[in-house]
Design a protein around this ligand. Structure first.
Ligand code: FMN
Length: 156
């Protein structure tokens, strides 16, 4: 088993769509590297490669939203995870509304956490963006969050 698959298998991660809005530009990307990093205040982090279009929208707007998916929406995770919003409007075919501070919330999300950017930290080829939760909601009670399995996206 290669190291990346081993990390994914033995350090469980979820599958999320991280969204942001900068003026009239909206976008979202699939992210597995999401974590809580502080209790008071409640801070969440996402490790994002600096070349992601979503990172550009987050640094401009200072807000992002972590949309939680259930496994039945693996199609959305693939839709948001393999194409960049620099070339296509990923929301053209996806139903959404807006959270309190303007970030898109997917209609199929089971819950979301909208965050205000409070810090960034370089980590190798990624940047850890840290946000304080400013809006949050459970949209579909009782649904289990999607746990990242390597083979669901990258084969055996
Ligand atoms: C299962 C899965 C998990 C991913 N997790 C992350 C992640 O945690 N951080 C990251 O920067 N990119 C991650 N990606 C890659 C981005 O989702 C992908 O590069 C996306 O096309 C970026 O879109 P954007 O340029 O519109 O922001 C993941 C992709 C997949 C399929």
């Amino acid at each position: 088993m290669n190291l990346q698959k081993m990390v994914t298998t033995y350090i469980p991660q979820g599958i999320f769509i991280v969204t942001s809005r900068d003026g009239n530009k909206i976008n979202g990307m699939t992210a597995a590297w999401v974590s809580q990093v502080s209790f008071k205040p409640t801070l969440l982090s996402v490790s994002i490669a600096p070349q992601r279009y979503t990172y550009e929208l987050i640094t401009n707007s200072k807000y992002f939203c972590i949309n939680v998916l259930s496994k039945e929406h693996i199609d959305l995770a693939k839709h948001f995870g393999f194409k960049t919003g620099r070339q296509i409007n990923k929301f053209e075919t996806v139903a959404y509304k807006f959270a309190a501070n303007g970030c898109p919330v997917l209609e199929d999300a089971i819950a979301y956490f909208e965050c205000k950017l409070v810090g960034e930290c370089e980590a190798g080829d990624h940047i850890i963006v840290i946000g304080e939760v400013v809006d949050h909601k459970i949209l579909k009670e009782g649904k289990e969050p999607f746990i990242f399995k390597w083979e669901d996206f990258f084969g055996g």
